[in-house]
Design a protein around this ligand. Structure first.
Ligand SMILES: [Zn+2]
Ligand SMILES: [Zn+2]
Length: 145
């Protein structure tokens, strides 16, 4: 089993600084319409365990982006930082890959919501491409109406 690593990260202006626990040095790329709107591109996300430990949070802002999830960003500089499930009974936290300081060891695990990816861009890697239905099934969730 890979060991959990502690990673530091921050927003562009420094009004949000934090540490998170990352179980595996891997990231996924989400092509859903909400992530693309939020990120102006696909969202590269790293799965974290436990809570965010803030060392600076004066810029921290949360936005409820759907019935089941919320997105965290810096209210001062606008850096996208976190995606998490809103229900504390089902904790799930993803962090923007590029918000972390040391990511040279991170490798691409998969693409998700590939059925939402527009034709205007493509990635040339050969990693798995997972649809919304496949992802939700894997997570044991039902899609929101
Ligand atoms: Zn900031
Ligand atoms: Zn997404």
């Amino acid at each position: 089993m890979p060991s959990i690593s502690t990673r530091k990260g921050s927003c562009l202006c420094g009004a949000v600084k934090f540490e998170v626990s990352v179980p595996e040095p891997k990231f996924a790329i989400c092509h859903c319409a909400m992530c693309r709107k939020w990120s102006s591109g696909p969202f590269m996300a790293v799965h974290c365990e436990g809570d965010i430990r803030f060392t600076e949070e004066k810029g921290m802002t949360w936005c409820r982006s759907s019935d089941w999830a919320e997105r965290g960003f810096c209210g001062q500089c606008g850096t996208n930082l976190f995606w998490r499930l809103a229900d504390p009974k089902t904790p799930m936290l993803e962090i923007s890959l590029e918000a972390l300081d040391d990511i040279d060891d991170m490798t691409l695990e998969c693409h998700v919501y590939i059925d939402s990816k527009p034709d205007r861009y493509d990635f040339k890697d050969d990693r798995p491409r997972i649809t919304e239905a496949e992802l939700l099934k894997e997570l044991g969730m039902t899609p929101p109406d």
